[in-house]
Write a protein that binds this ligand. Structure first.
Ligand SMILES: [Zn+2]
Length: 372
């Protein structure tokens, strides 16, 4: 195995000194889920990316001057201690076995750090919230403990992958502070050192959830296409139907701007979504064509140039779409309770968007967002 490149570490800037770097050059935070060797036919939400595609995407980034940050490097960018120009942070949600089996060796070989978000109450269990592929195994504690040595830091993804919106304070505490301690126990190190960041299940959050995450001691938390400060940092979803071209376009600020612009034109947005989420045809030797995708695979800026990835936008992207809001708050703390929403349910919720008082934004009429 080739010697891995050294992972990017924190800045050497003097503490407390803010550089004049423009905060505009933010890091692009990528979101993956599971991985596979050949395209899965039982993956209607296109969560499992072929590991060859992952390697292709990361190799392209490194070959074109992008720098893959670890969490400390990401924090330096957020704090203005260094430029975020052409920087990415790789994040992976859920903790499927395939992260250790397939992705971690590639990440390590390429010297790309990553943060893996796992639900503490489901370590060693299965992805109970996911109806298909059903019973997908999640990493055992000993395998989680081995990932940091490969450059994969562990973060928290709630306790049982439930939607955190609208639940009572006691349950929020269980899903954040107590879950953090539980995950640290699995990892065998103090939480402040081994469980440093948070990602919302389904990317869903409200003010109470963000406050609970902050109170649990996290300095940042990640959502999906939805910025609300450091406790809800937007990420770009990378899914199984992404081509290298669509991946490259997703790095562009225009990609997020386009979704934002379409927010004010729900009918056009639905049309773009319908067209853009077609699963590409497979080669004759490939697996069968999958069902229509649940997350966008091709960007809504089809004619955008991709030969040279541009700098980041001049300003942080504003919220452009929000995950669907569940009709009723979950009431059980069982680790086997599924909070998964079907596409039909998402569409139903999407039909009645309501403003989020904490951000002043209204979810788009199409209501369908990538899952977290
Ligand atoms: Zn998740």
């Amino acid at each position: 195995m080739a010697e891995p490149r050294p992972a990017t570490t924190g800045s050497t800037a003097a503490p407390g000194r803010r550089s004049p770097l423009r905060p505009s050059r933010s890091t692009v935070v990528l979101m993956y889920h599971g991985f596979c060797t050949t395209r899965r036919a039982d993956d209607p939400e296109n969560l499992f990316v072929e590991v060859a595609r992952l390697e292709e995407q990361l190799t392209w980034l490194l070959a074109h001057g992008w720098e893959a940050l670890d969490l400390d490097g990401y924090r330096d960018v957020r704090a203005g201690r260094r430029s975020g120009h052409r920087t990415v942070l790789v994040t992976i949600d859920d903790g499927f076995d395939s992260v250790a089996d397939l992705a971690a060796p590639v990440l390590h070989r390429l010297g790309v750090p990553a943060v893996l978000f796992v639900p503490s109450g489901l370590v060693g269990a299965t992805a109970t919230w996911l109806p298909e592929p059903a019973s997908s195994p999640l990493l055992q504690p000993e395998r989680l403990r081995g990932l940091p040595a490969l450059g994969v830091e562990i973060g928290l993804h709630g306790r049982d992958h439930r939607d955190l919106r609208g639940i009572d304070p006691e349950e929020l505490h269980r899903q954040t502070a107590l879950a953090r301690a539980e995950l640290a126990d699995f990892l065998g190190a103090p939480a402040a050192r081994c469980v440093r960041s948070f990602a919302y299940p389904y990317g869903a959050h409200d003010r109470a959830a963000r406050d609970a995450v902050a109170a649990a001691g996290f300095l940042e938390a990640f959502s999906v296409f939805d910025d609300a400060g450091p406790m809800a940092v937007s990420r770009v979803d990378v899914n199984a139907t992404d081509t290298l071209r669509s991946f490259r376009v997703k790095l562009m600020p225009q990609y997020r701007r386009a979704w934002r612009a379409l927010e004010s034109a729900p009918a056009l947005r639905r049309l773009v979504h319908k067209v853009s989420t077609r699963t590409p045809n497979r080669t004759p030797d490939g697996p069968p064509e999958a069902a229509p995708t649940a997350v966008p695979s091709e960007p809504p800026v089809a004619e955008a140039p991709v030969a040279e990835a541009p700098e980041q936008a001049a300003s942080e992207p504003t919220p452009i779409r929000r995950p669907p809001r569940t009709g009723t708050a979950p009431t059980t703390t069982s680790a086997t309770t599924s909070t998964h929403r079907t596409t039909t349910q998402r569409a139903a919720f999407a039909s009645a968007p309501e403003p989020d008082p904490s951000t002043g934004t209204t979810p788009p009429a199409d209501g369908r967002g990538p899952r977290g």
